[in-house]
Design a protein around this ligand. Structure first.
Ligand SMILES: N[C@@H](CCC(=O)N[C@@H](CS)C(=O)NCC(=O)O)C(=O)O
Length: 257
């Protein structure tokens, strides 16, 4: 049986939430098409239209990108379309049997819980530059952003980083500080790694000041993931989109002063 054709449905030219899914596919050398790069109208009509309905295969319309389309895996031989980043990651792990620890055992639930916690931090980072209204400009909510970012830096970053540092420490015997669960890469690792990378872009001064407090997370772990098979090649390929105006944005006034 030939492997399924995976199509990522996401906005073009930004890492965004699509990157969590790209990292899974890249780390496992799974072939995929990034539909938004060549056919963004298609992504918009499926994932962004306020009037989209169930499709011919019975897939409900995604609320927002990212989504994953899998050729021929839907109802009655149609395509399957699934949405929500954490859900797509869990599907890929189940389908490929990769990046989910011991596969069918308990570890997959730990992996999913940790990945969802990393996605919570990703959402909270987004909210620092859009604390009031998602559709308004940052400039129109700057005062609230400054207040939100102050709390994010003082309380939320330490709480999340402290948590992931503890998990890495607790798994040190097997994971050697390189993996959150077990002794090999999972999508919990790739997901929190991308959040760290985004925070290093958006809050460089805050992260520099905190580096010594989280030596496993910000040193051993962060550096180690970059060397993983698939990830290393992807980072060196030039195909990864740089951070710009997506989830992780560089507004120096929100960073530590
Ligand atoms: N919880 C969802 C959030 C999806 C989401 O917010 N997508 C963004 C792009 S990264 C979007 O286009 N949102 C439009 C909206 O929320 O109206 C997920 O993780 O997939």
């Amino acid at each position: 049986m030939s492997p399924p054709t995976y199509e990522l449905l996401y906005h073009p030219s930004i890492p965004g939430r699509g990157e969590y899914i790209r990292l899974f596919l890249e780390a496992t050398s799974t072939p995929y098409t990034d539909v938004g790069q060549s056919s963004y109208d298609e992504v918009r009509s499926i994932c962004c239209s306020p009037s989209s309905l169930h499709d011919a295969a019975g897939n409900p319309p995604p609320f927002a990108p990212p989504a994953l389309r899998v050729k021929g895996e839907g109802k009655n031989g149609g395509d399957l379309v699934i949405s929500q980043t954490g859900n797509v990651l869990m599907y890929l792990a189940e389908r490929t049997g990769e990046l989910c620890g011991d596969g069918g055992g308990q570890e997959r639930w730990w992996v999913q819980g940790l990945a969802m916690t990393a996605l919570d931090l990703s959402n909270e980072t987004h909210d620092t530059h859009h604390p009031v209204a998602v559709m308004d400009y940052y400039e129109d909510q700057k005062e609230e952003s400054l207040r939100k970012a102050k709390d994010f830096r003082a309380n939320r970053i330490p709480k999340f980083f402290g948590y992931f540092e503890r998990v890495l420490k607790g798994n040190e015997k097997e994971g050697k500080g390189k993996y959150l669960v077990g002794s090999k890469l999972t999508y919990a690792d790739t997901t929190i790694w991308h959040v760290l990378d985004g925070l290093l872009f958006a809050y460089p001064k805050e992260l520099a000041a905190r580096k010594k407090d989280y030596p496993i997370l910000l040193d051993t772990f962060y550096k180690g993931i970059k060397e993983e098979k698939g990830i290393k090649e992807y980072l060196e390929s030039g195909r990864r989109f740089p951070f710009s105006m997506g989830l992780f944005r560089k507004y120096p006034e929100l960073d530590r002063q």
